[in-house]
Design a binder for this molecule. Structure first.
Ligand code: 13P
Ligand code: SF4
Length: 303
């Protein structure tokens, strides 16, 4: 893509004028990485959103990420430049349906993946991300866990902790679409390759992986690698950062169809427009925020 240099300059000026910080998720398009103050996974970005001194947080990611920033930093203005960028998995659970299931399962600790709405977080005991889900569940006294909404991540955490899980039947269409056949096909072409997989993938895929990692974990794992082949089972958008930081490594996407269209929605002009007009604000109503804050803050405090 041809980038207009002046749009970078205009964003830089607006950022200063608005006292804004630009947080960018690892899956975002390459051009958006170029304007980032910080690039990271959901947990890293939530932590940064909680402690930034900036007045305005521009969240280049999807809606639940901006909501999490708003939950943690209610005094800041949180802008989501790609106003329609959602997460289909987050929409697979409603607060009403969760409240009903909680009634049926007294004594279960509700562990909610951050890929969920603020209203669902508000009904939860604690949140987790893919980077800390095993640690979060292990930290709980309860042996009975209601895990919401990702059944694949839940199954993985169940296998690691040995606790009794009730799994919400949600999933990420991007990761769930990666199959063992995709991995085996790549392995056939690159027999020496290591396989790294995101825990939103199905268990059959995770069983073929050398490492199961959050997007931030993938960045760290690849840091000291040179001249090798690595098969990456996650959103193909992840390859931009991995290739940029590790130019001698041959990264192979497990499936080129695994692309999150919501994560790819952000454009430079959206960021400029959002900062210019202060548009795309995401604000969680205070009553919901206070409830959701407990669950998110409990996760952040775990370290
Ligand atoms: P990470 O928390 O690993 O960045 O993943 C977020 C996500 O949406 C994966 O699909
Ligand atoms: Fe949601 Fe999947 Fe996209 Fe992540 S990759 S934002 S879980 S749809």
């Amino acid at each position: 893509m041809v980038c207009d240099d002046s749009v970078f300059q205009r964003i830089k000026k607006l950022k200063k004028k608005r006292d804004a910080v630009i947080l960018v998720h690892n899956y975002q398009p390459g051009e958006i990485h170029q304007i980032a103050d910080f690039v990271g996974d959901s947990l890293e970005l939530a932590r940064l959103a909680a402690k930034t001194p900036a007045e305005v947080i521009v969240f280049c990611g999807v809606h639940f990420m901006a909501e999490t920033a708003s939950i943690l930093s209610p005094d800041k203005k949180v802008l989501l430049p790609a106003v329609n960028a959602g997460c289909p998995m987050a929409d697979m659970v409603t607060p009403e349906a969760l409240a009903d299931l909680k009634q049926e399962l007294p004594g279960y600790a509700v562990v909610t993946y951050v890929n969920s709405t603020a209203a669902v977080k508000a009904l939860s005991d604690i949140c987790c991300t893919s980077a800390n889900a095993v640690r979060v569940v292990s930290s709980l006294e309860s042996n009975n866990i209601l895990f919401v909404p990702d059944r694949n991540l839940g199954k993985y955490v169940q296998s690691k902790t040995g606790k009794n899980f009730r799994l919400w039947p949600g999933y990420c269409p991007v990761h769930d679409g990666i199959t063992p056949a995709h991995i085996l096909e790549c392995k056939n072409s690159y027999p020496q390759a290591k396989v790294i997989a995101h825990p939103e993938c199905r268990m059959e895929v995770l069983e073929l992986a050398d490492e199961v990692l959050s997007t931030g974990g993938m960045v760290k794992y690849c840091r000291d690698k040179t001249g090798v082949d690595i098969i990456v089972a996650t959103d193909a958008g992840m390859l931009y950062r991995l290739k940029k930081e590790n130019p001698s490594v041959n990264f192979i996407p497990a499936s080129i169809k695994a692309t999150c269209k919501d994560m790819q929605m952000t454009r430079l002009l959206d960021v400029e427009h959002s900062l210019q007009e202060m548009s795309g604000e995401v604000k969680v109503p205070e009553a919901v925020r206070l409830q959701a804050y407990r669950a998110v803050e409990r996760m952040v405090e775990l370290g």
